[in-house]
Design a binder for this molecule. Structure first.
Ligand SMILES: [Zn+2]
Length: 255
């Protein structure tokens, strides 16, 4: 048996017996872990409001060589989307919490078990922080999707059209899903289209921090275009549609 203490993000939890919970969490230094939190539903002292998706805190856990599940003793929460959303009106709070669950589910899908991925952790932590600070939820979501796919090396190139070699896609592009690439409008035959504003968002996302992106309102139409393109890229990469992505869409106010 060996005890560890790590900066961690909670990805999800589920009930385990009467009062225990299984907690899936992403540690900064040792990757994704699954732990049993004894009496978690009752102990506010050890898990005080810290087990919601995308909460961040110092996790103390014990590993046993022969078991997959670790024993999660406590999480000292520093950041909680649940707390951050509590002061807002019901629709805004649901928007924040729905996205916290969506981001956490994406991290869960992306993160390998027991293998540290420091860049992924830093991305998740920075986006969680910007979300809690009240940043633009939709801009953060598109930013997060872009960087997840980019860290995996599967985000389409933005600098040129692979079909005709045109040296810029700044005027707009179309996603060719089967080949996982963006082509210029002249080379496209249908597919999700991205306007000049959407392409500008992507270029800026490459150099901005989540806090920067969250502080800008962003062009709603461009964010909608990116949502559709990213949705397909992610579904293709994961070979499924995420449950939380559907929930986020259904929660959106009808405009
Ligand atoms: Zn072209």
């Amino acid at each position: 048996m060996r005890a560890y203490s790590s900066d961690a993000l909670v990805l999800r939890t589920y009930r385990y017996g009467e009062a225990d919970q299984i907690v899936v969490f992403l540690t900064e230094d040792r990757g994704k872990k699954r732990g049993v939190a004894k009496n978690a539903t009752k102990s506010r002292r050890r898990f005080g409001g810290g087990l919601e998706s995308l909460s961040r805190g110092q996790a103390a856990y014990v590993e046993h060589e022969t078991r997959d599940l670790v024993r999660l003793d406590r999480i000292e929460t520093r950041l909680s989307p649940f707390r951050a959303a509590s002061g807002r009106d019901a629709d805004a709070a649901a928007h924040v919490l729905g996205h916290a669950a969506y981001f956490a589910e994406l991290l869960d899908e992306w993160a390998p078990d027991n293998a540290a991925n420091e860049r992924l952790f830093r991305l998740g932590a920075a986006v969680a922080e910007a979300l809690c600070a009240g940043g633009s939820v939709d801009a953060l979501a598109r930013y997060f999707e872009y960087w997840l796919l980019r860290l995996e090396g599967v985000y389409p190139a933005l600098d040129r059209c692979p079909r005709c070699g045109r040296a810029s896609l700044a005027a707009g592009a179309v996603l060719v899903l089967a080949e996982r690439m963006y082509v210029c409008v002249d080379c496209a035959h249908g597919g999700p289209a991205l306007s000049a504003n959407a392409m500008m968002f992507l270029r800026e996302a490459g150099r901005l921090t989540p806090a920067d992106v969250g502080s800008r309102a962003g062009d709603a139409a461009a964010l909608g275009e990116l949502e559709r393109a990213h949705d397909r890229l992610i579904a293709m990469h994961l070979e499924k549609e995420l449950r939380s992505a559907r929930v986020v869409r259904e929660l959106r106010p009808v405009s």
